[in-house]
Ligand binder design. Structure first.
Ligand code: EPS
Length: 400
């Protein structure tokens, strides 16, 4: 099996972010323009702070791609932090003299990585924690995931995410297949309809006026995944478990639900199972009449859309800081205020898509893995054809 691996490095206000993606087969079409389009989606969003006016994210391909095609070698990317120009001393990788402003940070922000990170790594300057804990790192994930997404497209898998709530405002329940994803793309709050768009903006405006922040819930959906990604046989091979970990790793995420996981607990068992009926027109030979499972049963994709809901808490940095303490003196103070966003739900949607794409790319490579796209596609086609023997189709075919 070709193992798909990816890593990122870099601090929020340092020189930039480095990404390495390994295990991508040869012959996949990809270029910087495609990656840039994905990265731009992460940068727009109502409720963003001043930083996004500075950054114009672009990932430079520095290895693994030649003439618009992957080589099968590790893919290296570099994303420059434009803001570094304002931080050259404070974030210098090399030693600086005593006279310079190091932008030292000692006031813990409640809800950030500051407190446990400082004690764990013995940092008396909390900046040494917050710089890497910052959601700036998600720019690198989106760059890595652009490669994953491009590969998944070759297998007919597409991924979308939208905001289904912002604060107490919720969108009406809509089947993901019926969502107008173009409208989501056009909405600065990533709402699927005009009324939700208006209400989500109002929630963000109210948070801003109250000098606080507001969170929400994202819906992340993958269409076109074949049956059989992941496995029931071991805990760490279950696709839903891998997705939950991936989503939970996004900054400020505190909850993940697959399908209608929480609502199912209030319904009788008869109402939440997805009943199966024969369907000769479906490549799986069967079809579920509903999708409460969110496209995953027993840790395996079942061919339905994969649906996750992801809860993101309000950003910890606020213009009216909470009471806190100084990490070195223990003195009671106000938490530090750093420039920050009011609401990151819309901007986190492309990040959640990225994590879905990275998990699915791993699972697709695990199942159909090959060293070239041509080999992988043959493996995929052979597997799908093997389902002909189910549901009476093979028997009928053999019988002529
Ligand atoms: C972030 C704080 C803000 C955000 C940043 C994440 O940055 P700054 O501290 O420079 O104002 O804009 O997000 C990004 C830079 C980004 O690219 O998403 C934080 O504290 O997590």
């Amino acid at each position: 099996m070709t193992e798909f691996r990816w890593m990122t490095a870099g601090e929020s206000h340092g020189p930039g972010l480095t990404v390495v993606v390994e295990g991508v087969p040869s012959g996949l079409e990809i270029d910087e323009a495609y990656i840039e389009r994905q990265m731009a989606r992460r940068q727009k969003g109502y409720g963003s702070g001043g930083r996004m006016k500075i950054e114009k994210d672009r990932a430079e391909l520095r290895g693994g791609v030649r003439h618009g095609l992957t080589l099968g070698a590790p893919i290296a990317m570099w994303i420059e932090n434009r803001d570094f120009a304002n931080w050259t001393d404070a974030m210098s990788p090399n030693p600086v003299g005593d006279g310079v402003d190091k932008k030292t940070h000692t006031r813990i922000v409640p809800g950030h990585a500051d407190f446990p990170g400082a004690l764990k790594y013995l940092h008396h300057d909390v900046r040494n924690v917050l710089e890497r804990a910052s959601a700036r790192e998600t720019a690198a994930r989106v760059a890595a995931a652009s490669v994953a997404r491009r590969m998944l497209e070759e297998f007919g898998i597409t991924i979308h995410a939208r905001a289904v709530s912002t604060g107490t405002e919720r969108s009406p329940e809509t089947d993901p297949a019926a969502v107008n994803w173009d409208e989501v793309e056009a909405s600065e709050v990533r709402a699927a309809d005009a009324d939700s768009d208006r209400r989500f903006r109002a929630a963000i405006d109210a948070a801003k006026a109250a000098r606080t922040t507001v969170g929400g819930i994202m819906q992340v959906v993958a269409f076109g995944a074949p049956v059989g990604l992941g496995s029931h046989v071991h805990w760490d091979r279950k696709l839903d478990a891998r997705l939950a970990q991936a989503m939970m790793s996004i900054n400020a995420v505190k909850g993940v639900e697959i399908g209608t996981g929480f609502a199912n607990t209030t319904r009788p068992g008869r109402e939440v199972q997805d009943v199966i009926v024969p369907d000769p027109s479906d490549p799986r030979r069967f079809r579920q009449v509903s999708n409460h499972a969110g496209g995953i049963e027993g840790g395996m994709s079942n061919g339905n859309p994969i649906v996750a809901h992801v809860a993101i808490k309000p950003i910890a940095t606020m213009t009216s800081p909470l009471p806190s303490v100084d990490i070195n003196t223990g003195e009671v103070i106000e938490a530090a205020y750093n420039r920050s966003d009011i609401c990151q739900v819309a901007r986190a949607c492309p990040v959640a898509e990225a994590m879905m794409a990275l998990v699915l790319a791993y699972a697709v490579l695990e199942k159909f893995g090959g060293d070239s796209m041509a080999e992988m596609k043959r493996n995929y086609a052979g597997y799908i054809a093997s389902h002909d023997e189910f549901g009476g189709q093979g028997g009928r075919r053999q019988g002529g």
